[in-house]
Design a protein around this ligand. Sequence first.
Ligand code: NDP
Length: 255
Amino acid sequence: MGVLDSFSLAGRISVVTGGARGIGRALALALAEAGSDVAVLVRTPASADDLVTEIEQLGVRGLSVTCDVTRPEQVEAALATITEALGPVDVLVNNAGTCVHRPALEVTAEEWRSVMDINVDGVWNCARAFGARMVERGRGTIINIGSISALIVNRPQWQPGYNASKAAVHQLTRSLAAEWAPHGVRVNALAPGYVRTEMAPVDDPRFKPRWIDDAPMERAASPEELGPTIVYMASDASAFMTGSVLVLDGGYTVY
Ligand code: NDP
């Protein structure tokens, strides 16, 4: 297989959680552009209908499935729906996430629980369900969206629950990678720096001096800039890569 051919996802079936907007939407389109059929899991029915149209305009099959990733029974139902409609899943991108931008003493018990439920249990629920089928088949790849927040502590927003949740995602990635490598299943994490979405208010005057002005490249990424990296991680181009946390942060963590 040639170098460029190894990046092709033609004939593959991919799933992106939280795919209706932000990074998930851009990753779904990138996977489709590389040739994969793509199913997106969304909390709100019909919120990704326009995305499915865009995916299908790229010449592959698109599907939107309503699923709250914190609910294991909904994840199992989504897996069954996707498998029946498209076939067995080759690529899972655990992208759905949330953040509370506040210091520890201002975070409520409910907020802490919600961050852990979505960012940790959500990743676990999907990796467990989709990973079980991949292990059975002896092939598949899972990419968990981690964060540089697992590596550094952000100020001035602190966001302790988010930082802890992403550290859990990174270590869960390594753990599953080690367990499932003998079964032909690769598990990696992508750890982005700041990306211009609703989650990261990069222009907020409280955060901009530290998040943007102090960063080596003095800018945030666009969601689309993560696309080529997800194609690399999902495809045979990264066939020898498992248990890795790939940092994509414009140099933010060098300081
Ligand atoms: P957004 O807030 O823009 O989008 C989050 C997405 O997750 C939405 O589609 C949302 O759906 C979905 N979601 C949240 N909870 C659930 C749930 N329980 N079930 C299903 N879907 C859910 O965030 P980003 O696009 O910025 O973030 C995407 C991922 O990237 C997250 O894991 C985040 O932590 C990570 N990340 C983001 C960075 C950034 O700077 N933006 C940096 C590093 C990592 P809905 O539309 O229904 O709310």
